[in-house]
Design a protein around this ligand. Structure first.
Ligand code: HEC
Length: 142
């Protein structure tokens, strides 16, 4: 009996220690971005993000329908901004360890081919996703 109680306690401890960081990990992802404090959208940075999206992402992603990659128009309704930044900056590790990323990847044939060169570039894309969220909301409200 003693043995059983002992192993139950060890099991519970194990579950707790595995579970809590895992949840945290999927909400914010894994990578250099821990917490983002977002200012109002910066128009000129957002436009840089829009151009980057057009030149580097639209071969696979649209803002309207699922293409070879997921529709990204409502990415910020599905994911936290920190998660998006960590995906853009640390995709390889996210694909290996982040539960959401692993699940999404299984639903698609190919992998995301990110060619992001700096944190500023990733942030500009985030600003574009943020404005898109507002446009979408306004459009649906009409
Ligand atoms: C070669 C095609 C391709 C290109 C180019 C590409 N992606 Fe992807 N992307 C994918 C696929 C496929 C997935 C889903 C599987 C995965 O996560 O790898 C994805 C997933 C994503 C996700 C996660 C979506 C979710 O719902 O979890 C984000 C965010 C993303 N891409 C952003 C971008 C951005 C920003 C660019 C341009 C800088 C880009 N991608 C370029 C194919 C692509």
């Amino acid at each position: 009996m003693k043995k059983l109680v002992g192993s139950f306690i060890i099991f519970t401890l194990f579950v707790c220690s595995v579970e809590s960081p895992k949840n945290e990990q999927s909400i914010k992802g894994i990578g250099p971005i821990d917490t983002l404090i977002l200012e109002p959208i910066n128009d000129s940075i957002m436009k840089i993000g829009m151009n980057t999206f057009t030149s580097k992402c639209t071969s696979c992603h649209t803002m309207e329908y699922k293409n070879s990659g997921p529709d990204l128009s409502n990415i910020l309704a599905r994911r936290q901004p920190e998660w998006v930044m960590n995906f853009l900056l640390n995709q390889k590790e996210m694909l290996e360890k982040d539960s959401i990323s692993i699940k999404t990847n299984q639903k698609f044939e190919g992998n995301c081919n990110l060619t992001i060169t700096s944190q500023e570039e990733a942030f500009a894309l985030l600003e574009y996703f943020r404005i898109y969220q507002i446009w979408l909301h306004e459009f649906n409200a009409k």
